[in-house]
Design a protein around this ligand. Structure first.
Ligand code: UN1
Length: 493
């Protein structure tokens, strides 16, 4: 295998190619510990909010399809830079190259979706009870939207929010994860270039790299009507409370603890592939990662034997190398959190296969057969640990799926139509995403993305998620000469 350059040096070279160089001295790359380029923290967040507010005052009056044209051009620019940007995502997060490029593709997809949406921000007409009256519902731009994004999808989740917010007539303020500011810097530089070429108002999108304090400033500022935050439950709780204290809106996409039910009729070939990607892919660092496998006792031993073989042959290593499926965890803290969880699993009587710390931030994904759904299993450990639980009847499997604090994604592997439909019914999965004969991760942008309970209840990306980024106005027009009152109320003057 050819020697790969130090990750930090390659990131610096990619930034040169992309026309947005940075000085060295940043965080260690998860790949090899070499220093990434340095993105300085935003010096003046207050001024950034003021710029976004000024840009909003102009942008809201630009016709929505013209706003869509900017997002379309941004999508074109992303398409031109798909490979270098995808490589940069892979280097900064440690995800395999195809997933890094896939993340850029996800940004391109949402730009296309948002462009079409810019001509479809449909309102309603409503039948008025009063003669010679019209009633309708109209959607208006909301204001500057703050977007707090997480390290695992450092740019795609921003794009889900930003592309939609921009066509809705909002300006955006982006606080990227402090673990992944470099890809944010590169994507934002590209956006700024396109926005200037299109003649968009200056300051339409603001990048405010920084830590928790920066997030707290955004959450507390009344100039920001909507804060969209992706990340941990404690982070989301802090943001939501600060936003609620000023009666603002928050849109949360927090922890997941996805379960897959494997029924007796499941296609085991398909199951092995769905489980390996869902649980070990992205080194277990998606919020949709499969963390719990609820397997019928009649197929559990056969499935586990096959899964153990598949896990033993997973290629683990530098995610830039061809064919690599499992890259490093994001940092040393994540490595320790995984080790601690596995120790607890063993102490609880679990049987752990794999899970060794190999070197640096690299670990072998783990299968942990557990005697029951303990508090440990109910927690989200952001690492490739798949807890395996057995069930004997279907109702028990559903009860296990639901009995966790999170509610993002779920799936069932079955060829039994009744089971599949029961899983999708009101008494089945309690998650925002419910899949049949597939894994739990890898959602498409066309659906609304998000979940219930501690996941935070927000919906982003496709379907009608755009409505969160606008304000709704009920409009009533009297085109007659009298003044009939609603509910038939009489009033003479
Ligand atoms: C996340 O992990 O925060 O469904 C988002 C998926 C991706 C998005 C995950 N499309 O796994």
């Amino acid at each position: 295998m050819t020697q790969l350059p130090a990750a930090g040096a390659e990131a610096a070279a990619l930034l040169e190619t992309l026309g947005c160089p940075l000085a060295p001295g940043g965080r260690p790359s998860p790949i090899d510990g070499s220093a990434m380029p340095l993105v300085p923290d935003a010096a003046d967040v207050d001024a950034a909010i003021a710029r976004a507010a000024a840009a909003f005052a102009e942008w809201r009056s630009v016709p929505a399809p013209v706003r869509g044209a900017l997002v379309r051009r941004f999508g074109d620019a992303l398409r031109e830079q798909r490979e270098p940007l995808g490589r940069l995502v892979a280097i900064e997060t440690g995800k395999p190259l195809s997933e890094g490029v896939g993340e850029v593709q996800e940004m391109i997809d949402i730009c296309e979706f948002a462009t079409g949406l810019s001509r479809q921000l449909y309102g309603l007409t409503i039948a008025s009870e009063r003669p010679e009256h019209h009633m309708r519902e109209m959607w208006h731009p909301l204001g500057p939207v703050a977007i707090i994004s997480a390290f695992n999808f450092p740019v795609a989740v921003w794009a889900w929010n930003a592309a939609i917010a921009l066509v809705c007539g909002d300006s955006v303020i982006w606080k990227p994860s402090e673990k992944t500011p470099v890809t944010a810097h590169a994507v934002h530089a590209l956006f700024d270039r396109v926005a200037a070429e299109c003649g968009a108002p200056a300051g339409l999108s603001q990048l405010v790299p920084g830590g928790r304090d920066t997030g707290a400033v955004l959450a507390a500022d009344p100039r920001i009507p909507l804060v969209s935050a992706t990340g941990s439950v404690p982070m989301g709780r802090a943001v939501a409370q600060a936003v609620a204290a000023r009666l603002g809106r928050s849109l949360l996409e927090l922890g997941g603890n996805a379960a897959t039910i494997v029924a007796p009729s499941a296609d085991l070939d398909l199951a092995v592939r769905a489980i390996a990607f869902g649980a070990a892919g992205t080194t277990g660092q998606r919020c949709t990662t499969m963390r719990r496998l609820i397997v019928h006792e009649s197929v559990c031993d056969a499935l586990l034997a096959r899964l153990k073989r598949a896990y033993a042959s997973l290629p683990i290593g530098d995610p830039r190398a061809p064919g690599m499926l499992v890259g490093p965890l994001i940092d040393g803290d994540a490595v320790s959190a995984m080790a601690t969880a596995l120790e607890r699993a063993r102490a609880e009587g679990g049987t752990v296969t794999g899970g060794e710390h190999l070197y640096g931030n690299y670990v072998r994904p783990a299968l942990a057969e557990m005697p029951g759904q303990s508090d440990l299993v109910r927690e989200e450990t952001f690492a490739p640990i798949l807890y395996v639980l057995r069930y004997s009847d279907f109702a028990e499997a559903i009860a296990l799926q639901r009995d966790v604090p999170q509610g993002l994604s779920s799936s069932i592997l079955t060829n039994d139509l009744r089971e599949a439909e029961a899983f999708l019914s009101a008494t089945g999965s309690d998650c925002g995403i419910a899949n049949v004969n597939m894994g739990t991760s890898g959602a498409e942008i066309g659906g609304a993305f998000g979940g219930e309970k501690e996941t935070g209840g927000g919906r982003e990306s496709g379907s009608d998620a755009w409505k969160a980024y606008m304000r709704r106005q009920t409009q009533n027009v009297n085109f007659g000469r009298s003044l009939p009152l609603a509910q038939g109320v009489e009033f003479e003057v």
